[in-house]
Design a protein around this ligand. Sequence first.
Ligand code: SF4
Length: 198
Amino acid sequence: MDCGTPVCYAWRLTRFRPAAAKVLEHNMKLLKSCSGQDRVDILVREFLRFKYGDGGKFYRLHWSGDFFSAAYARDLMEACAKVPDVTFWNFTRNFSEPVVAAIAEHKPGNVVQYVSADEVNLEQAVKTTEKFPGTFKFSYMGACKPEGFPGLKDCPANFPHKNAIEFMCSKCRMCLKGRPVFFRTRGAGVKQKTGEDK
Ligand code: SF4
């Protein structure tokens, strides 16, 4: 996991749920300790557990963390391709050339891949979406919507009092359709690091 500010929901969750932090740490070590077919197999097992065990159809990748290497990006995309009747969606702040190229080359049709932009990385995020048209969808996180992006729609979680039910991604599904999404932050500014590439 590569985040460390109070603005990050994963940071907040793991602070109050240390058991979740341990699981994330374990998963990260496991994924970094292997590569290629072994890593693909581990990921596919998890996706099949989700599909048959939980009856899930929509899988949010990386609710904490990000792509940590181009090889991992490739393996993850290959694993998703092996479970075509599940729709995956994902946000990345890692715009390093090898990582985004691996995503663009290997992303199957059942993965909706967003760039996660903010005031710090907006230029890089836009360049990435423009360089790989059709591969990356656009999302922005900040205190207010950026100028020049008229199509951005609010995530229902921006209005928690009005949208208690639509909160749930499975009800809303805006991200599953690749719509440009705006996530409103509260409190401190956005200063998360991007993922590292190896
Ligand atoms: S816009 Fe909808 S699908 Fe996307 S994160 Fe918000 S609730 Fe979930």
